[in-house]
Design a protein around this ligand. Sequence first.
Ligand code: MG
Length: 305
Amino acid sequence: MLQNSPYEVHDPRFKTLFIGSIALEELYTGCRWAEGPVWFSDAQQLVWSDIPNQRMLRWVPDGGVSVFRAPSNFTNGNTRDREGRLISCEHGTRRVTRTETDGAITVLADGYQGKPLNSPNDVVVRSDGTIWFTDPTYGILSDYEGYQSEPEQPTRNVFRLDPGTGSLSVVVSDFVQPNGLAFSPDETKLYVADSGASHDETAARHIRVFDIRGDGTVSGDRIFCDIDTGIPDGIRVDVHGNVWSSAADGVHCFSPDGTLLGKIKVPQTVANLTFGGPRRNRLFITATQSLYAIYLTTTGATWPR
Ligand code: MG
């Protein structure tokens, strides 16, 4: 193990997921609040959001960092659909968009039942093409990460969008602040972080898990795990079904049964993460001002790639 090892083992199973001689690397610093990392395997690049700075950045292995999009409408979470197109959650316009291959922006969702969304936060795409996203109020609480406004939605929902029909459905409506979300490798389970404790110490700081029915509705709501330091924001699942969550002290790894296996300690509060690199075994971590990366012995599950 390294002298200043970033690994904190809570369960022996964690030792199979990393190599002790591999250090955490800082790839970039200079953001205000780094979020929304998404890997493009075809371009071998990482794109992520710097929300308060109204920009998205691009990192490439040899060429460093450049501006991907500015202004970004305070974009937060990003992913790719099954055709590889960028799907983004914009705080400033309170919408979910798709960037077409020619660069044109298509609005996929900006309201529900005739009222604006709160501020779409994070997004995942299922293999059937449906787009699932969370809609907490973080982007309208102040003018720092969007534009201050009163929420018009009565609840903070998890939504499912069928981009073919434009049909938008509420999947779950009783979160304090739904945030990161991810599917299990076989897409039978949906994990959703509740980061309500960010503004209310007594509120939720856990990840819930649901069983996904054939029609896209969910059942079997249960708490998967609590986060012991800070709150869960972005989350990802690896090929073994382990859940990797952001937290105040780093990245926490949970087994499929919800046991804390261990942590990767990160110097700054982690907001989100994603697997990438040519072998998909490199975890990219957006943490406050910086982008970090670390190689692991596991790889990211399903989409995006
Ligand atoms: Mg988030």
